[in-house]
Write a protein that binds this ligand. Structure first.
Ligand code: HEM
Length: 485
């Protein structure tokens, strides 16, 4: 009998060893980039999730780039390594040439892929996957650009943004201490919900800003859908959110002539005319757009408050620019114009510098559709790729003393060099459709803030924790007050 037991143990040991060998040495038709697959099932995920309390590149990435490559100068190619994150074999690239190549290969050799959490939440599967390129992507991109692009900003959105910003900063100034990240997220959520699905917070009794915030926070968590986890709450918040949006969608379908100039107007017009535009698809897109809008801009705004507290001279530079802007204005009460927005040089330098250090989108993720041969290495089909452009944004050859917050540096940076090394909004055909909107929102926010309010220092919190998304784990508490109160 014991012989049978011994045989079973031997067979199991051999199978496990084989499986472990396969885990550590994944199949490839060529040489894989150097690296390690880490522990079975979880790979090296835990190392990446250890919070980095600095704006520098996450040590997980920094250490491996240094370990696997002999960096002779910053432009040495081959800053690429293999790993396994959340059970997915992945190549992480900090190589500008490869990253640029991958941006051009969208839909050919690579396809958008954002972790299984996102796949579950946004239903990125089946024929009508919003992550595929082609007709669907063109339609969505076009719709977003016409809603949030330059023409819309110039003719309509800029003044709406200003009104929203004024109302919110005024409210903050009456509240004493506020959590900047949370309040900025609420401000943007209200604006986005109105422009995406016509949600009017003044008329509606639904408190959906907390739901949006809960949903957005949970998206950055481990996709473990059991009660008590952040991801579970995220899915619950998403259900609540979808219920509100679905109700608005039904109302709009019933009365299509009640136009509000939002995303729903267009979606309802095109509903069922194209194979992909179903009610569920519209919900997924709106929920995804809420995430893209709320998390990115609120993080940038909260980070700017932290950096201003540490560098008050930057606020003085801003005040000087906006004082001149107001002095040159004929009617002091008139709203911000497009030309005024376009004239804000110092403000744009501040925004660039916040985005450079913030790395709000720290990694751009793709899945390979076929084997990619690059520089002697092969990235196998079906693998994930993370492009980390932040290494460029912290390149000491382009940005001297790269971790210093110094918006004045942008005065001397040649635009061509900047465009190659500074890509906060991604690149290629997937470049951010909300880039101009984000800059206009941020600039208008700074305009109102420095023209009319005193930012009275950071009160508490403000410590950053990158995991690799930038987060303020203990909040970012500040006080703003009216200048001439
Ligand atoms: C600071 C603010 C923002 C940053 C740093 C940012 C960054 C990015 C990046 C890096 C990408 C490329 C993702 C990829 O290639 O996988 C992207 C795509 C996108 N962003 Fe943003 N984003 C911001 C704000 C916004 C806002 C406010 C909106 C909506 C109005 C928006 C809508 C989109 C859309 C629709 C795409 C996908 C474009 C496509 O696939 O063609 N983003 N964003």
């Amino acid at each position: 009998m014991w012989q049978v037991g011994l045989c079973v143990v031997a067979v199991v040991t051999i199978l496990i060893s084989q499986w472990l060998y396969k885990w550590r040495n994944p199949k490839s038709n060529g040489v894989l980039p150097p690296g390690s697959m880490g522990l079975p099932f979880i790979g090296e995920t835990l190392q990446l999730l250890i919070p980095n309390h600095s704006l520098d590149l996450h040590p997980f990435i920094k250490k491996r780039i240094e370990k696997y490559n002999t960096v002779i100068s910053f432009y040495v190619y081959g800053r690429v390594f293999s790993t396994n994150l959340v059970g997915r074999p992945m190549v992480i690239t900090a190589d500008p040439k490869l990253n640029n190549y991958l941006f051009q290969q969208e839909g050919k050799e690579v396809e958008l892929w954002y972790l299984d959490t996102f796949e579950k939440v946004f239903r990125l599967e089946g024929e009508a996957r919003p992550n595929a390129v082609g007709r669907i992507h063109k339609y969505l991109r076009g719709t977003f650009l016409s809603l949030f692009g330059v023409d819309s900003l110039r003719t309509k959105l800029l003044s709406e943004i200003e009104t929203t910003v004024r109302t919110n900063i005024h409210r903050w100034s009456t509240q004493g201490t506020i959590d900047a990240k949370k309040e900025a997220a609420n401000m943007i959520a209200v604006f986005a919900a109105k422009n995406l699905f016509g949600h009017d917070f003044e008329k509606s009794s639904d408190v959906i800003t907390d739901t949006i915030a809960g949903f957005v926070q949970g998206l950055m968590s481990f996709p473990l859908n059991i009660p008590g986890t952040r991801f579970y709450k995220c899915m619950k918040d998403k259900d609540k959110l979808e219920k509100v949006i679905r109700a608005m969608l039904k109302e709009r379908i019933a009365c299509p002539e009640e136009k509000k100039g939002d995303f729903l107007d267009r979606a309802v017009k095109d509903l069922n005319t194209d194979f992909f535009l179903t009610e569920n698809f519209i919900l997924s897109i709106i929920v995804g757009a809420l995430f893209a809008t709320v998390e990115s801009i609120s993080t940038a705004i909260a980070l700017s408050f932290k950096l201003f507290a540490e560098h008050p001279w930057v606020v003085e530079d801003l005040v000087a620019e906006h004082d001149i802007l107001l002095k040159n204005r004929e009617n002091k009460e008139s709203p911000l114009t497009w030309d005024e927005y376009k004239s804000m040089t110092v403000t744009m330098h501040v925004i660039n510098e916040v985005l450079r250090l913030g790395n709000v989108a720290p990694g751009i993720l793709r899945k390979t559709l076929k084997d990619i041969n690059y520089n002697g290495y092969t990235i196998p089909a079906g693998w994930a790729i993370m492009m980390v452009n932040c290494t460029l944004q912290l390149n000491p050859n382009v940005f001297k003393d790269p971790l210093a917050f110094n918006p004045r540096r942008w005065k001397d940076i040649d635009p061509q060099t900047a465009s190659k090394n500074f890509m906060p909004f991604g690149g290629g055909i997937r470049q951010c459709a909300g880039a101009e909107f984000s800059k206009a929102f941020f600039a208008t926010f700074l305009h109102v803030l420095v023209s009319e309010y005193k930012y009275v220092d950071k009160i508490k919190g403000g410590d950053v924790a990158r995991t690799p998304m930038l987060q303020f784990q203990d909040g970012m508490y500040i006080k703003v007050s009216k200048k001439h109160a």
